[in-house]
Write a protein that binds this ligand. Structure first.
Ligand SMILES: NC(=O)c1ccc[n+]([C@@H]2O[C@H](COP(=O)([O-])OP(=O)(O)OC[C@H]3O[C@@H](n4cnc5c(N)ncnc54)[C@H](OP(=O)(O)O)[C@@H]3O)[C@@H](O)[C@H]2O)c1
Length: 254
């Protein structure tokens, strides 16, 4: 198995790298922090490829993807996992740049990650593209304007691509994590129901990816909650969310 993973220097990406390496995969690992990536790779069984790249640098990411694809003679699985979560409020001028950063990293870079692999996968008639979404993409949460918008876009984008790719034998898997214990969730000021250990998440996500499941929420309990939220009338949702604690804005954490 040959697996390309963005955002592999910590959290979900590092745990997925460990899970797939343990299953015997050869990996292409992407992130900006060289030392963190080196440390992750050094602890993995097997031999792998590392690319110190910012996923919002389109040409650099495509270059890394092409280098991995030719080094391994065609990737089997591509996981677009790199992502950021920052509190963003539309009313503040300085938050507009943060909004763009979130969309560039979480949405546009996902398309850039998949793009270089599609022609090869179509020619081979197989391959799996994986988008890491979020339960935050199901309803809009106050103070998370950009993050929720980005993850809603990921969910619908992956659906478009799934149907588009199906006739070529290329599968598109959307993984929607609930709350997983990582650097990203460490600072969250609100309650995180069913908070999950990252290695348990990675094992379940890898099973869903290998099986080619179209859409999977992990843990399953958050799947039930998001189904409930999705169909909840707006007036109940608005009341429930009115006093929810909000993620700090970038300027508040600087
Ligand atoms: N943790 C959760 O509860 C949760 C829930 C739902 C969805 N998710 C999603 O899961 C994904 C991973 O999140 P996480 O919790 O594992 O967060 P994390 O620990 O903060 O990891 C984020 C990863 O993305 C990489 N990254 C961020 N911006 C990048 C950029 N411009 N270029 C290259 N790499 C970049 C980071 O690497 P460098 O900093 O080294 O570049 C890091 O490896 C994200 O898409 C997130 O939205 C997480």
């Amino acid at each position: 198995m040959k697996v390309f993973i963005t955002g592999a220097s910590s959290g979900l990406g590092a745990a997925l790298a460990n899970e797939f390496a343990t299953r015997g995969a050869c990996l292409g690992l992407v992130a900006r922090r060289r030392e963190a990536l080196d440390a992750i790779e050094a602890a993995l069984p097997g031999s792998h490829h590392k690319y110190v790249v910012d996923v919002t640098d389109k040409d650099a990411l495509i270059g890394a993807a092409q280098a991995f694809d030719s080094a391994v003679d065609g990737a089997d699985i591509v996981i677009a996992n790199a992502g950021i979560s920052i509190g963003v409020k539309t009313e503040f001028y300085e938050d507009l740049d943060q909004f763009a950063k979130v969309i560039n990293t979480n949405v546009l870079a996902m398309a850039t990650t998949f793009h270089p692999f599609i022609a090869g996968m179509k020619a081979r008639g197989r391959g799996t593209l994986v988008g890491i979404a979020s339960v935050a993409g199901v309803r809009g949460l106050p103070g998370s304007d950009a993050y929720c918008a980005s993850k809603a876009a990921v969910i619908v984008y992956c659906e478009s691509l799934r149907v588009e790719m199906a006739k070529y034998g290329v599968r598109v898997v959307t993984i929607s994590p609930g709350f997983i214990r990582t650097e990203m969730t460490n600072q969250n000021p609100y309650r995180m129901p069913f908070l999950m250990n990252v290695d348990a998440f990675a094992e379940r996500a890898a099973d869903a990816i290998v099986a080619g499941v179209p859409y999977r929420t992990i843990p399953w309990q958050m799947g039930c909650i998001t189904t409930l939220l999705r169909w909840m009338p707006r007036w109940i949702f608005d009341r429930l969310m009115a006093n929810r604690k909000q993620k700090p804005r970038a300027v508040e954490t600087a």
